[in-house]
Design a binder for this molecule. Structure first.
Ligand code: ADP
Length: 469
């Protein structure tokens, strides 16, 4: 792919952006890998018009079964190009190459699941009595907007794009400015797979320019956003003007609760993946361990021992952990770490760059103990490889600590007692609760938040209904 990236609108590459370009920086080397167009109002308008034309034109006359078939052809194209796509993501946002490749499997599964559902979306007949016939039709919303973050560039894009396409909608995607390449390439592959031009459009640029213009555009009938709470709020207030339906998946401050009878072996393995995988840059990462007093010392000791074995390095060398995405993110995470120390938490491990890595936004897995629930580091989303350990004695206390944050995305419960597990799960105020596991579920299982983690459910059949009316 060329060094200078372009928008992908109506099946072709287009330049545009009154304000020039945005550099895409490899976080492992701090070097510029490409430049992306800084699109705004004009490019968004072109993309929405192309999506409207496709929605009213070619996409509307393709049968649902054929929509599904075309999506499966895109799966095939992604499979053929997965190395290229994975490499782009690793260079753009830093994660180990093997993880980027694994993410492509997730992208394919998401497309496959939704492709299979395309011809199974049916309405009801309604029993009003002998004098009447009444029924419902499910109709696609129209042109949908997808604004996504950089942590799983194509994964997040396809999570909402696939159900939108299955439902018969068309789309304008605004990828994150830090990692736009795989989404652009995917849009090109979609056209190569036979999906009509204009069905999938990608406009790159900053959130406040391209993103905000997309939210405001009157041709957009629904908006799906994944990102920070603050940006979610802004989008919601902007969307209010056009009364547009929203799906918002925002942050989390997710707790893993370990009762006295927890399987600590299992919990440790899950903890390392859940807390430090993708460098902690996952909405549903675990960032708080709430551990029963009797097992806390053992848990902490093993957590630290294992986290110190994690190899941190450039994603292209396939370490366990890559760098954080950007200098901005690196600085933000460092501020949280320093704040934690100032507030009196005890830094047990990490908190600094690994030895020998002078360039790049690298940070060692970081563990804090002696944390009080009211400290910022225990309440706010850090979005980095930083965890806090809190202690409890009675079950009730664990639930109270877990719920005492503004977020409510996911939680995990570790116990051998099924009654305790279910009782606790019911009381935890999060969209999902996992029992004796982390990152459970799959493309079939709806996910999403409560409280300030957002609303609306993605994945599963619920995810497709976001794009139907
Ligand atoms: P982060 O801080 O992790 O980058 P954001 O929530 O700011 O998370 O960004 C996620 C996505 O939202 C990105 O694609 C970004 O460009 C976009 N974005 C940011 N601000 C706005 C906004 N005001 N309106 C629309 N999109 C936005």
């Amino acid at each position: 792919m060329e060094y200078r990236l372009r928008h992908f609108i109506d099946g072709e590459w287009r330049t545009g952006g009154a304000q020039g370009t945005i550099p895409v920086i490899n976080p492992a080397t701090e070097e510029i890998v490409s430049e992306t167009e800084r699109g705004g109002e004009a490019e968004i308008d072109q993309a929405v018009k192309a999506a409207e034309a496709a929605f009213n034109g070619p996409w509307s006359v393709i049968t649902p079964a054929d929509r599904g078939r075309l999506m499966l052809r895109l799966v095939q194209r992604i499979e053929e190009h997965k190395n290229e796509l994975a490499r782009m993501e690793t260079e753009d946002m830093g994660k180990p190459l093997r993880d980027s490749l694994g993410d492509m499997d997730g992208v394919k599964q998401t497309l496959e699941y939704n492709a299979g559902a395309a011809d199974k979306l049916q309405g009801d007949t309604l029993p009003l009595g002998p004098e009447y016939v009444d029924f419902t039709w499910l109709e696609p919303l129209g042109v949908t907007a997808h604004i996504v973050p950089w942590n799983f560039p194509l994964g997040m894009a396809v999570r909402s794009l696939a159900p939108a396409l299955a439902a018969g909608c068309t789309a304008v995607l605004k990828p994150a400015e830090q990692a736009p390449r795989s989404a652009l390439r995917m849009a090109e592959l979609a056209v190569e797979a036979g999906i009509p031009r204009g069905v999938v459009n990608v406009v790159t640029g900053y959130g406040l320019e391209a993103g905000a213009a997309l939210v405001r555009h009157p041709g957009v009938s629904g908006i799906t956003f994944t990102g920070s709470v603050e940006t979610g709020r802004q989008i919601m207030s902007q969307a209010a003007a056009g009364l547009k339906p929203l799906v918002l998946e925002l942050g989390g401050k997710n707790a893993m609760v370990l009762f006295r009878d927890a399987d600590v072996d299992r919990a440790i393995t899950d903890a390392l993946d859940g807390a430090f995988g993708n460098c902690g840059q996952v909405c549903s990462a675990v960032s708080r361990f709430i551990v029963h007093r009797d097992i806390k010392d053992e848990f902490l000791q093993r957590l630290i021992q294992r986290s110190e074995m994690i190899r941190v390095g450039p994603g292209m060398e396939d370490p366990d952990l890559g760098p954080l995405v950007s200098r901005g993110q690196y600085t933000r995470v460092q501020e949280y770490i320093q704040g934690g120390i100032r507030d009196g938490a005890r830094l047990l491990s990490g908190g600094r760059r690994p030895d020998g890595l002078v360039k790049g936004f690298f940070l060692l897995p970081t563990v804090f103990d002696q944390v009080r629930p009211e400290m910022r580091i225990a309440r706010e989303e850090v979005f980095g490889p930083v965890v806090v350990v809190l202690e409890f004695d009675q079950d009730e206390q664990a639930i109270q600590i877990a719920n005492d944050v503004t977020y409510g995305l996911v939680a995990g419960v570790y116990t051998q007692d099924i009654s305790r597990a279910l009782r606790t799960a019911r009381r935890l105020k999060t969209g999902s609760v996992w029992i004796n596991g982390w990152y459970l579920g799959g493309v079939q299982a709806p996910t999403g938040g409560v409280k300030e983690s957002g609303f609306g459910r993605e994945r599963g059949l619920a995810g497709i209904h976001n794009y139907l009316q």
